[in-house]
Design a protein around this ligand. Structure first.
Ligand code: HMG
Length: 466
C-alpha cells in the first residue's frame, strides 16, 4: 500500500498502479481523475467530498446518512450500478381502488412529484363506481436489428438472405431453447433495404416474443449471433464477388420502439353517470374533456404536456416494478408521432350518449429478470400487484396512465391545476421552511379555506414568525 496526495489536505490510501497513473497523467488536473473506478467506496467518497464541497466532513456524513444499516442490503444496492457512493431515495406511494377488468388492485407508484399519487387515486375511486377500467393487450412483439453495410448488388443480397434465413434460427438454438419452452422466441427475420435513406445500408429486422421478460438480453444475444452468421455465411456464398463478401456489421441492438407491443386502457359510462358532488353538468364536463383532448390531438405544444401527464402515472409504476422507464419513455413518444406529427396518446368520444375515454401505448415490460427478483422493493411492488405476468403489468401501467390523464384533465377543465397541485405541494413548502408541528397546524388550518400559492404560503409563514 502507498499513501499519496490528491490535494494538500487529503490523503488517499491506494495501490501502486493507481499512484503511477496519477503521477504520469493527471496529478495536477482539477476535476479530472484517472482510475476513479478502481478506488474503494470510501476513497471515492473522500475524493468527491474534498473536490466539490467546502465542508467535506458534512458532505461525507450526508452521503453516509443514506446508507442502509444492513450491510448485505447495501452491498446489493451498491452493485446495481458502478461507482456507487450512496442511495438516492424516491418515495413509493400506493394508489388504491383500481378496478381493472373486474378486479381491484392497489398500484405502487414511485415518483418525486406531489399530487400524482393523489390524482391517480382520485380517478381510480371515481371510475370504480362507473364500471372500472378495461384493459387489453393488443400485441406483444419486440424488435431488434442488425445494421450493416453491403457494397454490392442488392438482388444478390436478397437471394443470399433467402437461402440462409433458416441458418439464423439454427445458429441461435442454444439461446432460444428456454424461451421457446415458455412459448416465445424469434418470430421472424426480414432483410430490409435502406439504401434510399443511407448509401449501402441494410438491416436484418427481427421480431421476437419474449413472454414475461422485457427481453433485452435475449434479443441482443440473438442479434449478435445473427451478425456472426451473416458474416460467416457471406464468405461461403458463391454468387458474391470477393468485395461483396465483405459485409460490414455496424451494430446489433434491440429497438425501444415497439409499435406492435401495445396495450389499450379504457373507461366508459353513460354521460349522465359522470356527475358527482363537483360535476353538476356531466354533459358539459364530458364535452370539455373531449375538447381538451382534441386540442392535444392537433397541437403538439399541448400534446407534449398532455402526454407528460399520462407518463406521470406510467413512469411511476414502471419504476416501482423495476422496469426501464427510459426505454418506455423513448418508445411512447415516437409512437405518439408515428403518423408524422406528435399527438395525444389518449382519446375520447360521446356516442349514443356513452362517454368513452381511452389510451393506447406501446409498453415493453418484464416481470421476470432484471431487477425484478433482486430489488426488495420491486419484489414487494410486484407482490402488491398480485405477481402479474408481463401482459397484466402492461394493463396496470396503462390504466394508471389513463387515470392520471383523466385527473389532470378534470382539474384543468374545472378548477385549474394549481388548486389540487398546491394543496398537495404545501408539505414541500413547509419542509423547506422547517416549520414546527405547531406552525403546521396553524398554516394548514388557514389554507383550508384560502387559495394556496408558493408566495402566499411563504408570506404567511414569515408573518407567523414575526
Ligand atoms: P380533491 O378533490 O381535493 O380530493 O383532489 P378529495 O380531498 O376530495 O379526495 C378525493 C380522493 O382523491 C381521495 O379519496 C383520494 O383517493 C384522492 P379518499 O382517499 O379520501 O377516499 N386524494 C388523495 N390521496 C392521497 N393523498 C391525498 C389525497 N387527496 C385526495 N392527500 C387532487 C385533490 C390533487 C387529487 C385533485 O386536485 C387532482 O387530481 N389534481 C390533479 C393533479 C395532477 O394531475 N397532478 C400531476 C402533476 S401536474 C402535471 O405534471 C401534469 C399536467 O401538466 C398534465 C396536463 O397538463 O395534462 C397537469
Amino acid at each position: 500500500m502507498l499513501y499519496f496526495y490528491l490535494k494538500p489536505n487529503i490523503t488517499i490510501k491506494s495501490k501502486t498502479y493507481l499512484y503511477k497513473k496519477y503521477s504520469q497523467n493527471h496529478f495536477n488536473m482539477k476535476n479530472a481523475i484517472a482510475g476513479f473506478s478502481k478506488l474503494s467506496k470510501e476513497e471515492k467518497i473522500n475524493w468527491i467530498a474534498n473536490e466539490y464541497f467546502s465542508n467535506p466532513n458534512e458532505a461525507i456524513s450526508t452521503i453516509k446518512q443514506y446508507w442502509n444499516s444492513d450491510e448485505n442490503l447495501q452491498k446489493l444496492h451498491d452493485e446495481f450500478i458502478e461507482n456507487t457512493i450512496t442511495n438516492f431515495y424516491l418515495p413509493m406511494g400506493i394508489a388504491p381502488n383500481f378496478l381493472v377488468n373486474g378486479k381491484y388492485h392497489s398500484i405502487p407508484m414511485v415518483i418525486e412529484e406531489s399530487s400524482v399519487v393523489a390524482a391517480a387515486s382520485k380517478s381510480a375511486k371515481y371510475w370504480s363506481t362507473r364500471g372500472g377500467f378495461k384493459a387489453t393487450v393488443l400485441n406483444s412483439e419486440k424488435i431488434g436489428q442488425v445494421h450493416f453495410i453491403y457494397k454490392g448488388d442488392s438482388e444478390k443480397l436478397e437471394k443470399f438472405f433467402s437461402q440462409i434465413k433458416n441458418k439464423f434460427f439454427i445458429a441461435t438454438e442454444s439461446i432460444t431453447k428456454n424461451m421457446q419452452k415458455r412459448g416465445g422466441g424469434i418470430l421472424d427475420i426480414e432483410l430490409r433495404n435502406k439504401t434510399n435513406e443511407l448509401e449501402n445500408y441494410y438491416q436484418l429486422h427481427a421480431t421476437f416474443e419474449t413472454k414475461d421478460s422485457m427481453g433485452a438480453n435475449f434479443i441482443n444475444s440473438c442479434l449478435e449471433q445473427f451478425a456472426k452468421t451473416l458474416k460467416e455465411e457471406s464468405l461461403l456464398f458463391d454468387d458474391f464477388l470477393e468485395e461483396e463478401k465483405n459485409i460490414e456489421v455496424i451494430m446489433s441492438i434491440l429497438s425501444n420502439y415497439v409499435p406492435n407491443c401495445v396495450v389499450r386502457a379504457e373507461v366508459s359510462c353513460k354521460v349522465e353517470e359522470l356527475s358527482d358532488k363537483n360535476i353538476s353538468n356531466p354533459k358539459e364536463f364530458a364535452e370539455k374533456i373531449i375538447q381538451a383532448i382534441r386540442i392535444a390531438e392537433v397541437e403538439p405544444f399541448r400534446a407534449v404536456t398532455h402526454n407528460k401527464g399520462i407518463m406521470n402515472g406510467v413512469d411511476a409504476v414502471v419504476l416501482a416494478t423495476g422496469n426501464d422507464f427510459r426505454a418506455v419513455e423513448a418508445g411512447v413518444h415516437v409512437y405518439a408521432s408515428r403518423n408524422g406529427k406528435y399527438t395525444s396518446l389518449s382519446h375520447a368520444k360521446i356516442e349514443n350518449d356513452i362517454f368513452t375515454y381511452w389510451l393506447e401505448i406501446p409498453l415493453a415490460l418484464g416481470t421476470v429478470g432484471g431487477l425484478t427478483s433482486l430489488h426488495p422493493m420491486v419484489k414487494m411492488a410486484l407482490e402488491i400487484l398480485g405477481k402479474p405476468s408481463a401482459h397484466d403489468l402492461m394493463k396496470l401501467v396503462a390504466v394508471t396512465g389513463l387515470a392520471q390523464n383523466f385527473a389532470a384533465l378534470r382539474s384543468l377543465t374545472t378548477t385549474g391545476i394549481q388548486e389540487g397541485h398546491m394543496k398537495m405541494h404545501i408539505n414541500n413548502i413547509l419542509n423547506q421552511f422547517k416549520t414546527t408541528d405547531e406552525e403546521r397546524k396553524l398554516i394548514k388550518k388557514h389554507f383550508e379555506n384560502n387559495a394556496i400559492s408558493h408566495s402566499v404560503v411563504v408570506e404567511f409563514i414569515e408573518n407567523l414568525r414575526k
